[in-house]
Design a protein around this ligand. Structure first.
Ligand code: ADP
Ligand code: ASP
Ligand code: MG
Length: 402
């Protein structure tokens, strides 16, 4: 008998029929003799709707109260699913994050899970119950409800699988695996049988929302066997693991798009030592993470620096630069929020030159202009105008996978 953690995303539990479908998958697993811990997300668009409700009342609501509000969505799902399971003749117990021992730090809306106290879950499993845990939430050491950030239920599931030493962690969603690009948007996207943790970590952090990036990081760290599959199709999904057997001819595993980025350009900086240090230490001090950076070649004793930040930090970063304009010494700062980062990821590219060149060729053929470029051993990213991003993804995907 093994212990299996199954996670079901929002669309998998969107209405009564789907909750029953999830209850069926869980009870079938249980009836095969396994212990099951299921982690559920809020139904459908509940989290977005709750955010909208909060906005109507107070657009600047504190993060503590936002967490209190958003955590209710997942609790509705687990209680309903427990009822459906009871109706199917099995015993189930639903547990909110705090009841399940999911302790986090107190960074509201982006909390990180500490070692989970599994006693309660173990006790319920020993009583032969199916345990349903609310995803996306935990409790801080001050006794406040916290949430893990959008898409965080994947991370709840992996953290529970690690803490319980589960044999498998299955992430059920609305597509039947991990594809070479978002199958809802990219023509010809192909399902992958397997993918390495490192590649999936890159894809997730570069915008492929199919898995929360911290869930993959955690699965790698604790060696959790992960499978991503559909709660609707019954087809085998994609395994995420340390080493995979198939090495694709293309050396590339996927293409991702991230629209959650903004670019700032500081124009007319003095061309002397210490300027970049001033700019980026100021941003670091105010906890603004910087991603891509380009500095132009100095000319007439002046140069420009462009960099990207998360969209949510863009205004703050611009204000910060403007406040310190004289001290840093530049002419003006320009903010562009209508951009997107498009990336190709593949472990195979480290040993194969020409991947970046193929990306540029694809974009040239599609007539897409590149604003910034960044490469590493396992990825090539380009910054493009947002309105051209989907075309860019399709062109790059066609170039590698058609
Ligand atoms: P859930 O609610 O189950 O957590 P998400 O909406 O968070 O589901 O993630 C699933 C979605 O991720 C899919 O519907 C798909 O549109 C999108 N997606 C983006 N990139 C990929 C990819 N490379 N492979 C599969 N799905 C992807
Ligand atoms: N309900 C949360 C969200 O929509 C968490 C999750 O679905 O993983 O972001
Ligand atoms: Mg998700």
């Amino acid at each position: 008998m093994s212990l299996i953690v199954q996670k079901f995303g929002g669309s998998s539990v969107a209405d009564a029929g789907r909750v029953r479908n999830v209850a069926r998958i869980i009870t079938e697993t249980y009836r095969k003799g396994h212990s099951v811990v299921a982690v559920l997300s809020a139904q459908g668009d509940t989290t977005d709707e709750l955010i909208e409700k909060a906005r109507e009342i107070n657009p600047q609501a504190s993060r503590r109260e936002m967490d209190m509000l958003l955590s209710t969505g997942e609790q509705v799902s687990i209680a309903l699913c427990a009822m459906a399971i009871e109706r199917m003749g099995c015993q189930a117990v639903s547990l909110a994050g705090w009841q399940a021992g999911v302790v986090t730090d107190s960074n509201h809306s982006a909390a990180r899970i500490k070692p989970i106290r599994t006693e309660r879950i173990r006790k319920e499993l020993d009583k032969k119950k199916i345990v349903l845990v609310a995803g996306f939430q935990g409790i801080s050491r001050y006794g406040d409800v916290t949430t893990l950030g959008r898409g965080g239920s994947d991370t709840s599931a992996v953290a529970l699988a690690a803490a319980l030493h589960a044999d498998l962690c299955q992430i059920y969603t609305d597509v039947d695996g991990i594809y070479t690009a978002d199958p809802r948007k990219v023509r010809g996207a192909r399902k992958l049988e397997e993918i390495t943790f490192s590649e999936m970590m890159e894809l997730a952090s570069l915008g492929a929302q199919v898995l929360h990036n911290r869930s993959v990081e955690m699965a790698k760290r604790y060696g959790v066997c992960l499978e991503v599959l559909s709660s609707f199709s019954g087809q085998p999904g994609t395994n995420v693991k340390e080493v995979v057997k198939t090495v694709e001819k293309t050396h590339v595993s996927g293409v991702a798009k991230d629209e959650n980025v903004a670019r700032l350009a500081l124009v007319g900086l003095a061309d002397r030592p210490g300027i970049a240090f001033k700019v980026f230490s100021l941003l670091a001090k105010h906890e603004v993470n910087v991603d891509l950076i380009i500095q132009s070649i100095g000319r007439a004793e002046s140069k420009d620096i462009s960099f990207t930040v998360a969209l949510g930090d863009a205004r703050k970063a611009k204000e910060l630069m403007e406040e310190h304009r004289e001290e840093i010494g530049f002419q003006f700062v320009e903010l562009n929020e209508d951009i997107a980062k498009v990336s190709v990821v593949g472990a195979g590219m480290a040993h194969n030159s020409g991947v970046a060149c193929k990306v540029f060729e694809a974009l040239y053929s599609a007539g897409v202009n590149i604003n910034m470029i960044s490469t590493s051993e396992i990825k090539v990213s380009v910054l493009v105008d947002q309105r051209e991003a989907d075309r860019a993804v399709q062109a790059i995907h066609d170039r590698f996978f058609a």
